[in-house]
Design a binder for this molecule. Structure first.
Ligand SMILES: *[C@@H]1O[C@H](CO)[C@@H](O)[C@H](O)[C@H]1NC(C)=O
Ligand SMILES: *[C@@H]1O[C@H](CO)[C@@H](O)[C@H](O)[C@H]1NC(C)=O
Ligand SMILES: *[C@@H]1O[C@H](CO)[C@@H](O)[C@H](O)[C@H]1NC(C)=O
Ligand SMILES: *[C@@H]1O[C@H](CO)[C@@H](O)[C@H](O)[C@H]1NC(C)=O
Length: 305
């Protein structure tokens, strides 16, 4: 307890030092986000996770997990995770003081204990990717504090997909960093409205990218951008981002062929470029895909949200 209190004040002091020094060079250009922007961006995600688990632990008991064919002990662990996320909110809101963004209203695609665990896995992965992608904007004690949160989100993710969902705890040797707009795109699908007093963050959501339900390696599947099928989208591409590796395939007749060898969490982005998936060439996405694998590295199914 003593250690944790000392650590908290150390991190808060680091944040307090960082805040007054920041300045955006020119708000009309896409200058780097400020430390306050990044902390509010992190808080936006933590509010979302906090609301998700607070609802989930009310919705699902020990018995709900057993009825869904999952281990009953998951209920107790999800209560621990709920506590972590509430603490992350408190920590970031405390560091931001009056600048702190407030919680929004959310709509989670949860119908039973299993879909709750799958959305948990999505949120913990997106959280991990958000912190690693935003690390470049932080330094000193603030970066250390963010790293300690990132590590906890990665532990949650590993636990949910292995102990609860009985699949791979990790993806590969590298995790996937996502940029601010990519993360916001994934989060915004779950946000229905926010208080108008919330600060405006330098983020935007791309249109949604969705796939047909057959996502087997080597097979073609349909692609839709923002709800419209991509049959007129020949000449565009879909990039499958996994760790440091992106495989880009062409859209042909509204379909893409799923590349071989995708393992674990993969983020798919529709792009106008045959060689990159950066924001300036993004047409839609990312979409969250999970290519689960067993201890022998063999695929054991896939799912998408
Ligand atoms: C909890 O249950 C309510 C009511 O059925 C539902 O609207 C909400 O999406 C659920 N949330 C979670 C995270 O399970
Ligand atoms: C996505 O579709 C919605 C509804 O069809 C439309 O209002 C919105 O402008 C579209 N967004 C983009 C970026 O195309
Ligand atoms: C990237 O993906 C390709 C094709 O799946 C694979 O052969 C290669 O080993 C991967 N590289 C890394 C660094 O993961
Ligand atoms: C998009 O940005 C990348 C750098 O992130 C740059 O290399 C590329 O030329 C840009 N492409 C376009 C079409 O602006």
């Amino acid at each position: 307890m003593k250690f944790s209190a000392a650590f908290t004040s150390l991190c808060l002091a680091a944040v307090a030092v960082a805040l007054p020094a920041e300045k955006r060079a020119d708000s009309s250009t896409s200058a780097a986000p400020t430390v306050t922007d990044i902390l509010n961006y992190a808080l936006t995600l933590e509010h979302l996770e906090n609301a998700f688990y607070a609802e989930g632990i009310k919705n699902f008991t020990h018995l709900s997990f057993i009825e869904a064919g999952l281990p009953g002990f998951a209920a107790g662990r999800f209560s621990e995770i709920a506590q972590h996320e509430a603490t992350h909110v408190q920590f970031l809101a405390g560091a931001l003081g009056e600048s702190a963004t407030q919680a929004c209203n959310y709509n989670f695609p949860v119908t039973d204990a299993k879909s709750f665990a799958q959305v948990s896995y999505l949120l913990e992965n997106v959280g991990t990717s958000a912190y690693s992608g935003a690390a470049q904007y932080l330094s000193g004690g603030t970066l250390t504090a963010a790293a300690t949160i990132l590590a906890v989100e990665a532990r949650h993710s590993a636990w949910v997909n292995s102990a609860v969902l009985k699949a791979n705890p990790w993806n590969g040797a590298f995790d996937t960093p996502l940029d601010l707009n990519q993360v916001y795109t994934l989060a915004s699908g779950l946000i229905t409205s926010c208080p108008s007093s919330n600060p405006t963050l330098p983020v935007k959501a791309f249109p949604a990218l969705t796939f047909g339900s057959d996502m087997t390696a080597g097979k073609a599947t349909t692609v839709s951008f923002n709800g419209s099928d991509a049959s007129s989208a020949d000449g565009t591409y879909v990039g499958f981002i996994s760790g440091m590796n992106t495989t880009i395939v062409p859209v042909q007749n509204g379909q893409v062929t799923i590349p071989d060898g995708l393992m674990g969490v993969v983020y798919a982005v529709a792009t106008s470029s045959e060689s990159m998936t950066s924001d300036n060439v993004t047409l839609a996405g990312p979409a969250f895909l999970s290519f689960d694998f067993g201890p022998n590295g063999k695929p054991i199914g896939h799912w998408l949200l």
